[in-house]
Design a protein around this ligand. Structure first.
Ligand code: CA
Length: 226
């Protein structure tokens, strides 16, 4: 895999490069946020970006937000900061995972494989009937596209995953923690307000809050607006 490593600490970078190269990955290394933005723009073949938060020229969170505004390349935030607020912010800015330093090379490698796998749904794994119709709403799991009355609704990858998960069983209530575990694979334990933020964004894009009903104190379910 082709990995962009954004890390200003030379010794941390050197051991990451050694480990990742030994596992057969090709690694490009930059030491600043500016260089990271430039590289993310120029390198179309990137499979994943490993992003340190403490960078000399700009905050890694800002780097994350800017990369995500132009690219779907998976981003794993790698940081010594280990509090929930940092994790939530990174997630809301579009990071796919968050790894706390110091980390083991095996864990890093597993996380890389997981985010890359999630970002590249294999056609073979998709169910035969990938297109689901729920009233005016159409969800195509193979192409990850959503339409209402034939008009495409532009959802982010995570918004699509939340909607598709609720649509697996229309009308059934999913708890916030279930949604987090399913869509974020449990890496974001405790950050349930993230689910609410995504639900709010989906409702707005679908143009009717009735598509996702809140069940007070429990969670959410797919609804059937008129
Ligand atoms: Ca740093």
């Amino acid at each position: 895999m082709h990995i962009l490593l954004v890390e200003d600490d030379r010794s941390v970078a050197a051991s990451a490069i050694d480990g990742l190269t030994a596992l057969g990955h090709s690694v490009d290394h930059v030491v600043s946020g500016t260089a990271a933005l430039e590289a993310a723009k120029l390198m179309s073949s990137l499979d994943v970006i490993l992003l340190d938060l403490g960078l000399p020229d700009m905050d890694g969170q800002e780097v994350c937000r800017r990369i995500r505004s132009t690219s779907e390349t998976p981003i794993i935030v790698v940081s010594a900061r280990d509090d929930e607020a940092d994790r939530v912010i990174a997630l809301e800015l579009g990071a796919d995972d968050y790894l706390v330093k110091p980390y083991g090379m095996r864990e890093l490698s597993a996380r890389i494989r997981a985010v890359v796998r999630r970002s590249q749904p294999t056609p073979a794994a998709a169910p035969a009937s990938a297109v689901q119709e729920i009233g005016r709403l159409t969800i195509d799991r193979r192409s990850q596209r959503v339409h209402i009355d034939g008009e495409e609704i532009a959802l982010t990858a995570k918004e699509f995953d939340v909607l598709a998960y609720l649509a697996e069983d229309p009308g059934a209530v999913r708890r916030r923690t279930e949604i987090l575990e399913h869509v974020w694979e449990g890496h974001w334990y405790g950050a349930t307000k993230t689910v609410d933020a995504h639900v709010a964004a989906i409702r707005k894009k679908l143009g009717d809050s009735g598509w996702i009903e809140a069940v007070r104190g429990v969670g959410f379910r797919l609804g059937f607006p008129e």
